[in-house]
Design a protein around this ligand. Sequence first.
Ligand code: NAD
Length: 301
Amino acid sequence: MSDHQQPAGTADAAAPSYLLGLVGQGIGASLTPAMQEREGAAAGLRLTYQLIDADVHGFGTDDLPAILRWAQAFGFAGLNVTHPFKQAVVPLLDDLSEDAADLGAVNTVVFRDGRMLGRNTDWSGYGRALRTALPEALGDRVVLVGAGGAGVAVGYALLDAGAEHVAIVESDPERADACAVRLAKRFGDERVGVAADLEAAVADAQGLVNATPVGMLGHPGMAVPEHVVTSRLWVSDVVYFPLETELIGLARERGCRVLPGGGMAVGQAVDAHEHFTGRTADADRMAAHFAELTAPTPQGA
Ligand code: NAD
């Protein structure tokens, strides 16, 4: 420690420095910069996190190779990647973790020794949240509604954590099949299926996860009918704008155990922090900060 007094929450000029960013579209409300910068500061790192928003800067998928090259040249330690670039970034990287290759999606790029390394913390982040919130549910049968990028990541996390079976309910049959094939390739045909009948699938399950955008701000409602939500189920949502979706609210009301979408949002950031900096983030501290960032503003404030 230097002999001058360091103000709380600020890093010493000699502390390791990390320049990070998020590449995506319409990401102005992302909480990831605040979460990463606060965690970095709490750990004494000089960590700066920038938004690189396609809507603001006017770029598209074709520009991704240039964005990665420039970020590397400017000394970025890494980038998070989000919608709509998680799949398009995959072929541009020098190395993929096995899970990112399984998922065909990357949300974390680490620049190290002149190489671009692709990692996926969406699934590991959901798994982390699941193990913390519902440790007794890890071997359950689960209905997964929605098989887009988030759905595949959640299915992967459920099966990796030990789920006996994941039944996919998806309005687009091609997406349903593609998700089932991807998951079965890693975890086996007997543990994954596409369910045509939601009610029958729920009757045969202990858990229900919404991985559709239904319930988001501007996309209200629930992807499942109210009567399937009963107290014997645990219920999870990936939507976290708002944190308390209609589905989570109803599930709480009916006495279900719940895992709201904030768990995945914090979990992906915790695991990405470790990929970027090599240090284990304080998951409880990051969750507490997320709760603070998403706490309702008191009336009149
Ligand atoms: P996506 O559009 O790729 O996939 C959504 C899928 O849901 C589509 O395949 C669509 O056909 C299906 N679907 C929509 N309505 C349905 C219904 N009523 N029944 C069955 N299937 C239905 O979207 P995505 O990238 O997978 O994201 C989904 C949601 O997850 C978004 O709201 C996103 O913000 C959220 N998300 C949250 C986190 C987190 O950290 N919590 C991370 C990633 C994504």
